[in-house]
Design a protein around this ligand. Structure first.
Ligand SMILES: NC(=O)c1ccc[n+]([C@@H]2O[C@H](COP(=O)([O-])OP(=O)(O)OC[C@H]3O[C@@H](n4cnc5c(N)ncnc54)[C@H](O)[C@@H]3O)[C@@H](O)[C@H]2O)c1
Length: 379
């Protein structure tokens, strides 16, 4: 069994929850509940994951150990290993504009080219097998070709690139430089795994790219319900999916452009699965600090059935945000490593379809699960 060394870009709620959970599993305090494939992934058990570092731009975290700020997340517990997990400075590129804390990025005092050298060296020094982006939700940017991306970096055009694009570029540049592939996961709603540019960079560096955005709660449920009603030939008339939360991700989503990114990754599933369009409004709706990480959700969809009758489904709940995403990521990193060990590079559609919100045409998660289990089990 090989160990899997993970580094996070963005060490907030999701990264801290994953790190805490892994350490608690190692200490025998919790079981593997909430990790879809548990210890059924060949090559790496959950206990063999080591979170070794993070990259962040929050001044309260840069240069510090996780132990010094874990108290920011009330549900999480201090663990001994946190004293050895260091947070390096990341690039900001406008990610934290409007956020209620002071931020400072490597890019504030360096060109993009020099910033890339710094991040690439850190990835190599820390010997990372897997990098995971769970930074602030961004506005979605696109780039047409690898040469256009390289030109943006060489010409220091900071207004044409987002942090998640920059981190993907650095992860694959590090993999190429050291001659060993990396698993890079884009956990936020930006166009990385859906971009041929980053897919090409992954392929050329013998790496695997997983994304975009983690499918962890309401959108998963919606996709499976749509499959269920499609199979019994009901006609869905409209869909509402709303949620309110009190973590920093919801704070940021008060910004319309960032909220639009979430809407894009959440809305496609109903149409892709049902095969027809309908009036819908599926997106985060508001920030309320008292809700913390346990968001309040509401879903409604009316439908037509036999003989012209109509049903209406309402779903309300309070669901934990970060533990749901963290449980998925525990599998995603190990599956990416399994793909590399099988000689794959670039995108693995089977992994993306089950774990991500946005990857080409969407399928229900129940069907995607059957394919995934088949792929994992193949010898
Ligand atoms: N269920 C979920 O929680 C869930 C599901 C899917 C996707 N996500 C995505 O995960 C991301 C993180 O969620 P979270 O709850 O951990 O948020 P968070 O605000 O708690 O953490 C984000 C961290 O990233 C840091 N950061 C911001 N910009 C950065 C940059 N450019 N470089 C490095 N660090 C940067 C922040 O300082 C913070 O520490 C969100 O963007 C969200 O879209 C979360």
């Amino acid at each position: 069994m090989a160990r899997l060394k993970i580094g996070f870009f963005g060490f907030g709620y999701v990264a801290s929850t994953l790190t805490c959970g892994i350490e608690r599993v190692k200490a025998g305090e919790i079981d593997l509940t909430g990790i879809p494939l548990e210890n059924r992934i060949p090559g790496c058990n959950v206990e063999e994951i080591d979170v070794v570092c993070g990259f962040d731009v929050d001044r309260r975290k840069i240069g510090k150990k996780v132990s010094s700020f874990i108290g920011m997340y009330p549900e999480l517990k201090q663990m001994e290993a946190f004293d050895s997990i260091k947070i390096h400075q990341g690039v900001n590129l406008g990610s934290t504009d409007g956020m209620p804390f002071e931020a400072e990025g490597v890019d504030d005092s360096n060109t993009l080219e020099d910033s890339a050298k710094i991040i690439v060296e850190r990835i190599i020094e820390e010997d990372l097998d897997c990098t995971i982006v769970v930074t602030a939700t961004e506005e979605i940017y696109d780039v047409g070709s690898v040469s256009a991306l390289e030109a943006i970096i060489q010409n220091d055009e900071k207004d044409k690139i987002t942090a998640s694009m920059f981190y993907a570029y650095c992860a694959f540049a590090a993999a190429k430089k050291r001659g060993r592939g990396i698993v890079h996961i884009n956990g936020i709603p930006s166009k990385i795994a859906n971009s041929t540019v980053f897919t090409e960079l992954a392929e050329k560096s013998g790496s695997v790219l997983i994304g975009d955005d983690i499918s962890s709660g309401q959108s998963r449920l919606l996709s499976d319900l749509m499959e269920h009603y499609k199979e019994i030939n009901r006609k869905i008339l409209s869909a509402i999916g709303a949620n309110w939360g009190g973590n920093m991700d919801f704070y940021r989503l008060q910004d319309e452009k960032r909220n639009e990114s979430k809407k894009i990754t959440k809305t496609g599933c109903a149409k892709d699965i049902l095969g027809y369009d309908m009036p819908s409004d599926i997106k985060p709706h508001g920030y309320l600090s008292t809700l913390g990480d346990k968001k309040a959700i509401f879903m409604h969809f009316p439908m037509r059935l036999f003989n012209g009758a109509e049903d209406e489904i309402y779903i309300c709940g309070r669901i934990n945000d970060s533990p749901a995403a963290a449980g998925m990521l525990v599998d995603m990193g190990r599956l990416g490593a399994l793909a590399i060990s099988r000689g794959e590079s670039g995108i693995n559609a089977t992994i993306n379809s089950f774990y991500c919100k946005w990857f080409g045409k969407q399928h229900s998660k129940i069907l995607a699960y059957q394919k995934l289990v088949g792929w994992v089990g193949k010898s």
